[in-house]
Structure formats: C-alpha cells, structure tokens
Ligand binder design. Structure first.
Ligand code: DLZ
Length: 158
C-alpha cells in the first residue's frame, strides 16, 4: 500500500472557521451499523476536536442510506442547524440495489443542500465488501467520518 493511500486525508485543515457557535446534525443510517456507528463516532469526535460544543451536535438515525435524504431535509429545514453530516454504508451485493441507493442519496443530498442553502455532507461509504468498509471506519484507511466532519466545518466558511 502506498503512503498516498494510507493517508486519505486529501485536504488541508489549516485556517478552519470558528465553529464554537455552530450547530450540527449527524444523520446516521442503521444498515451496517457497526460501520455507520464508527463513522458517526468519528465525525462527532472530530467536530468536538475542531471546537464544536457537545450540546450543539444532534445525532439522529434513519433506517437505511436511502432514507438519508429525507432525514437530511428534516434537519436542514431547522433554523437551529447550520450543517448536516449524513453517514451511511451501502455494500455492493449480487444485485444493483447499491447503485440505485447510492445515486439516489447523492442526488437527494445535493438537492437538500441547495434547497436549504446549507452544507450537507455525503459521508456514505460505497464499498464492494464489508472489509473495505471497516478499513475506512477506523481501520487501515482511517475514518471517513472524520473527513465528513472536517468537510462540514470547511463549508461553514461561506
Ligand atoms: C435494502 C438495503 C440493502 C439491500 N442494502 C443496504 C445497504 O447496504 N446499506 C444501506 O444503508 N441500506 C441498505 N438497504 C436499505 C435501503 O437503504 C432502504 O432503507 C430500504 O430500501 C427502504 O427504503
């Protein structure tokens, strides 16, 4: 494994905006919960690390990744939420369900973000295997939940 792949944090964390007064929602899909809980924990901890207050982080669950769009919409339409981080894990199966879910969620989250003019982060893993997911949920490829949180923070500069 190349070092480039080991550290998949591909963006800088310099000059992040002050988020002490910012309020976040983390919307977590229950499917593949070992993975999604690890991602959500990573996102949560990272928000705290970068200055968010515990009381300003709301965590809600939805059944599966397909429901993330609706969950994100319910959070984004709240005046007391500044950014929404969506966490899911859609593992490729024998059928094409994963393609349909992934595309629907990506499009749905884009729509919510633009409609409510708020950052909505796509923290959804789309692996071929459960091991690939675990590798990215606190395993050898780090925790993509951390990156999702940093993305939300960065987008709050606008
Ligand atoms: C149905 C389904 C399947 C097969 N696989 C996953 C998955 O890997 N990850 C995930 O988050 N959700 C999955 N789901 C559930 C759908 O997201 C959704 O909850 C149902 O289709 C009901 O709308």
């Amino acid at each position: 494994m190349s070092s480039a792949h080991k550290n998949l944090s591909i963006f800088s964390t310099d000059n992040l905006p002050d988020i002490t007064e910012k309020r976040f929602a983390i919307v977590v899909a229950e499917w593949n919960e070992e993975v999604t809980n690890a991602l959500a924990d990573g996102a949560h901890k990272t928000l705290l690390t970068y200055g968010a207050q515990e009381d300003n982080i709301l965590r809600v669950t939805v059944p599966g990744s397909y429901e993330l769009s609706y969950g994100a919409q319910k959070m984004a339409q709240r005046e007391d939420i500044d950014a929404v981080i969506c966490i899911g894990c859609v593992i490729q199966g024998e059928t094409k369900h994963n393609d349909y879910i992934n595309h629907a969620v990506a499009q749905g989250l884009t729509n919510v973000s633009l409609k409510y003019d708020k950052p909505v982060v796509f923290g959804v893993l789309t692996p071929n295997t459960e091991q690939q997911a675990l590798d990215r949920a606190g395993g050898i490829h780090g925790n993509k939940g951390d990156e999702a949180a940093i993305t939300a923070v960065k987008m709050l500069k606008f």
